[in-house]
Design a protein around this ligand. Structure first.
Ligand code: ZN
Ligand code: ZN
Length: 251
């Protein structure tokens, strides 16, 4: 299985998962033109995508999804609550339910409920059908629940939000209401919360860690890298960027 990102952060997210003959897209917060241009850098075109999965309705994830699916006839999968909040009335989609795995060609997808200030937010664990290797993606999550620890344990690959540094958010430029939203129980994971997850899950099989959705205002790549370097038994992270995400990484 391999993973790539077209961009990661509050100005737009789009992540690709590929295994065998199957290519899945998670979210698209970019305009159709931006998306297509970024996809070309991976030598893919929209018609190579087998299905689009939408995590939740926030613009940095959902902003370009409907347009992309309509323009290229791509099937969209999301939760009912997300569809109601993100899609035009009557726009067709397939329903995802937390805890119910769905098989797309060579990849099985397990949707997982997370605490975030959206209607029915989901994150995902992907599994290679015949080899049992698993890759999780976890961003836009307000705090670590025991359910999340359960589901994200024993993975081979993990893309994990390191949204903000608590001190940088506190003294940073955001207005108070936004600081409270980001830092609240239904906001985003700060560096310490993501480290907490890495300490609570089984990381014995983890060979690839990607730090993602890193705030450009309330965090810094070197702060994230330094925090992770303090952990034992966790590989050096790849840092996803807003402008170019990251190229294909094999799990
Ligand atoms: Zn987001
Ligand atoms: Zn969000």
């Amino acid at each position: 299985m391999r993973i790539a990102s077209l961009g990661s952060g509050s100005r737009g997210n789009a992540t690709l998962i590929q295994h065998g003959a199957t290519t899945l897209l998670v979210d698209n917060g970019f305009s159709l033109r931006q998306f297509t241009r970024r996809l070309q850098a991976l030598e893919l075109s929209p018609s190579d995508i087998d299905a689009v999965l939408l995590t939740h309705e926030h613009g940095d994830h959902a902003g370009g999804v409907e347009r992309l699916c309509a323009a290229h006839g791509l099937p969209l999968w999301t939760a009912v609550g997300t569809a109601r909040a993100a899609l035009s009335n009557g726009f067709e989609y397939h329903r995802l339910l937390a805890g119910e795995a769905v098989v797309f060609g060579d990849i099985e997808v397990l949707p997982i409920t997370v605490p975030h200030d959206a209607r029915e937010p989901l994150q995902f664990v992907f599994r290679e059908l015949e080899q049992d290797r698993r890759l999780g993606i976890l961003t836009d999550t307000g705090h670590i629940t025991s359910h999340i620890v359960d589901r994200f344990s024993g993975l081979h690959g993990l893309l994990l939000e390191f949204n903000y540094d608590a001190r940088m958010l506190e003294i940073g430029p955001y207005p108070d209401a936004l600081k409270q939203r980001v830092g609240g129980n239904l906001g985003h994971l700060c560096n310490d919360q993501s480290l907490e997850l890495l300490e609570r899950v089984d990381t014995s099989r983890l060979n690839c860690l990607i730090a993602a959705h890193i705030s450009e205002k309330n965090n810094a790549p070197d702060v994230v890298a330094e925090a992770i370097a303090g952990l034992v038994d966790v590989p050096d992270p790849i840092l996803a960027t807003q402008d170019s995400g990251f190229g294909w990484i094999r799990i």
